[in-house]
Design a protein around this ligand. Structure first.
Ligand code: KIV
Length: 271
């Protein structure tokens, strides 16, 4: 019997057990009640309330502007919709890098005010102290290495990371640091598949890939990208499972026509 079909509630322990049983973990982002409900009912293992909400929900160019209050609003909406999936919430830029006390305060706010099951942070050795302090309060932490969008101004571009030895070596070492600190999983974003597979085999916790090939413990995509709601973004790793923007625009165009032609509402749609 597979673990994922047998659990009532996905926990961090379930995810670690899934890795050891060779069961792949399915994770998607969500930022609101209605989509989170569909994801949970469909059987997703993990819902990430990503700071990609900054791009997808708020229309900013980067993930940097979103605030802790914004994230709490999105996360609380997602948690209300969820009965099975583990909900993981991104700590936004500027709420954990400065000092570990502030990191803990931010993480506690997320856990207290949203009811989520874990938080996610970007980076390795630089944020080790913050990760340890959050973990010491009993808050599960997911790491995030490779293309970490909160550092986009340092990278300058969204190209594949860790293709050269020094950056690949740092990523290997950061993954070990996060795993040894006690993180329950690590997102690996846009790195060579061979490196992602090697890192996955070198640590006992699961890795969740986005543009990191198939040798990882699970996959994550941004919901609005995989549904084809967003249009401009089409990296090689993105598989679009739907062209929802066309369907939505079609439905809205039909509605506009029906209103203008007085075809809506009809006899049966009024009191
Ligand atoms: O914010 C986000 O959506 C993420 C995923 C891309 C992993 O961090």
């Amino acid at each position: 019997m597979s673990l994922h079909s047998n659990v009532k509630r996905v926990t961090t322990h379930v995810l670690i057990a899934m890795k050891h049983k060779g069961e792949k973990i399915a994770m998607l982002t969500a930022y609101d009640y209605s989509f989170a409900r569909l994801l949970d009912q469909a059987g997703i293992d993990v819902i990430l309330v990503g700071d990609s909400a900054s791009n997808v929900m708020a229309g900013f160019d980067t993930t940097l502007p979103i605030t802790l209050d914004n994230m709490i609003y999105h996360a609380a909406s997602v948690v209300r919709a969820t009965s099975r999936a583990l909900v993981v919430v991104d700590l936004p830029f500027g709420t954990y890098q400065g000092d570990s006390k502030e990191a803990l305060v931010s993480a506690i706010r997320i856990m207290k005010e949203t009811g989520a099951g874990a938080i996610k942070v970007e980076g390795g050795v630089e944020i080790k102290e913050s990760v340890e302090r959050i973990l010491s309060a009993g808050i599960p932490v997911m790491g995030h290495l490779g293309l970490t969008p909160q550092a986009i101004h340092k990278f300058g571009t969204y190209v594949v990371r860790a293709t050269e030895k020094p950056e690949a070596d740092k990523l290997r070492s950061d993954a070990l640091i996060l795993a040894q600190a006690g993180c329950f999983a690590i997102v690996l974003e846009k790195i060579p598949a061979v490196l992602a597979e090697e890192v996955t085999q070198s640590i006992s916790i699961p890795t969740i890939g986005i543009g990191a090939g198939s040798g990882v413990s699970g996959q994550v995509l941004v919901l609005h990208d995989m549904l084809g709601i967003t249009q401009e973004f089409s990296p090689r790793f993105l598989r679009r499972y739907h062209n929802l923007q066309m369907e939505i625009k079609g439905a809205i165009t039909n509605y506009i026509q029906d209103v203008r032609s007085k075809e809506f509402p009809n006899e049966s749609e009024q009191y």
